[in-house]
Ligand binder design. Structure first.
Ligand SMILES: *Cc1c(COP(=O)(O)O)cnc(C)c1O
Length: 372
């Protein structure tokens, strides 16, 4: 049997015809930016995250950049401030921190959800820590209402990198009273990169927040710093979402629950059937809704297992083989002591999770169980 890690054409099959129709409609509309599709997408995202505002933007990295640039512009962050960030995240969570001359404070992670260790966060923050970037990695929510309220009381901004967790729910309510990730903290960034749980057919992203001033600043900065046409109140960027991508996303959001349920079904098969003493499976949590952007196992014989599975026709991937602070672009820049993240990067392995049918999932389990 052949189980590719991810074949993007397969999961798109059920709604291909609607994508075709949506594209034709936009092509003939004569409106390619800032139109009805973007408005509709923003309305739907507000509903999904229970936020007052949502702003469609060019991609997930730009969503994070715009949040940070806006907080700088608003005087809520200043150059040199520290931003706590999990040690095992994708580099996109870190690049906007260093780009704007803020300092990442790397917090080591825990092994039940592979997320930021919140007890450690509480110990590691200093008087210079002005924001925390929570990353719901692999689709597992990280949130502790008591701790986040106490951070907020200290004037620390809580930013969520929700790129991997659209549709996830935390175990306790966020600042707005609801539990959807992306609406928990002060502001959140969303990515619609094609491999994400809801992917565009190209790049797209969004910022969600209930802070009207932040949302207005993001909109302004994303559109050349102009509050109205040919009136630039600040030096901005071009980080707009286009109507075509918004139209595709409006189709795919109709299938959000189907997509998440299909991933959860596969995760349950893996959790219930992988049984090999050399392999640790992720925790299927009952107190929160995980959305299984990745299903990540770990083993100290990772490279061997990866090669074994490849030989049996099973594709895998590694998220991520190197922590951001150890990437060549940052070599020698940070002093870190993140032993868990360092160790995990050599042990983790992502199994196929998108549009995997039961037969294929069981074959993956059997094959892992036969690994000696
Ligand atoms: C994908 C991703 C991003 C960036 O999103 P893009 O749309 O690719 O720019 C940021 N953070 C995390 C955790 C991601 O997985």
């Amino acid at each position: 049997m052949n189980v590719p890690f991810l074949d993007l054409s397969k999961p798109e099959a059920p709604w291909l015809q609607r994508l075709d129709e949506a594209a034709v409609k936009v092509i003939h509309s004569g409106r390619y930016l800032h139109g009805a599709q973007t408005d509709r997408l923003e309305q739907r995202l507000k509903g999904l995250f229970s936020t007052q505002e949502a702003v469609g933007v060019s991609n997930g990295l730009d969503a994070i950049r715009l949040i940070i640039a806006s907080y700088l512009h608003m005087g809520r962050l200043h150059e040199g401030d520290e931003v706590a960030v999990p040690a095992n995240t994708y580099i996109a969570s870190v690049l906007p921190i260093t780009e704007f001359n803020l300092k990442p404070l790397f917090i080591d992670v825990e092994t039940s959800g592979y997320n930021m260790n919140l007890e450690l966060l509480e110990k590691k923050i200093t008087s210079k820590t002005k924001a925390v970037m929570l990353v719901h990695l692999y689709g597992t929510p990280v949130w502790d209402a008591r701790l986040m309220h106490s951070m907020r009381d200290k004037g620390i901004l809580i930013i969520e990198d929700n790129a991997q967790a659209i549709g996830a729910h935390a175990p306790t309510p966020g600042f707005n009273g609801a539990t959807a990730t992306g609406g928990l903290g002060d502001a959140s960034a969303l990515s619609f990169y094609p491999t994400k749980n809801i992917g565009a057919l190209g790049d797209a992203g969004a910022v969600a927040t209930s802070d009207k001033e932040l949302a207005a600043t993001v909109r302004t900065l994303a559109n050349y710093g102009s509050d109205r046409r040919y009136h630039n109140i600040t030096e901005g960027y071009n980080c707009r979402i286009d109507e075509l991508q918004a139209a595709f996303l409006n189709v795919k959001l109709d299938y959000l629950n189907d997509i998440l349920e299909s991933r959860a079904r596969t995760a349950r098969i893996y959790c219930g059937n992988i049984d090999n003493p050399a392999v640790t499976t992720p925790v299927y949590m009952t107190d929160r809704r995980q959305v299984w952007h990745q299903y990540v196992i770990r083993t100290d014989r990772r490279d061997e297992l990866k090669a074994f599975l490849a030989q049996k026709g099973i594709g895998t991937d590694i998220h991520y083989p190197c922590p951001p602070y150890a990437q060549p672009c940052y070599r020698g820049v940070f002093k870190t002591d993140c032993k868990v993240a360092d160790r995990l990067s050599g042990e983790i392995l992502s199994l196929p999770i998108a549009a995997v049918d039961e037969e294929a999932a069981l074959y993956v389990c059997e094959t892992i169980n036969s690994f000696r």
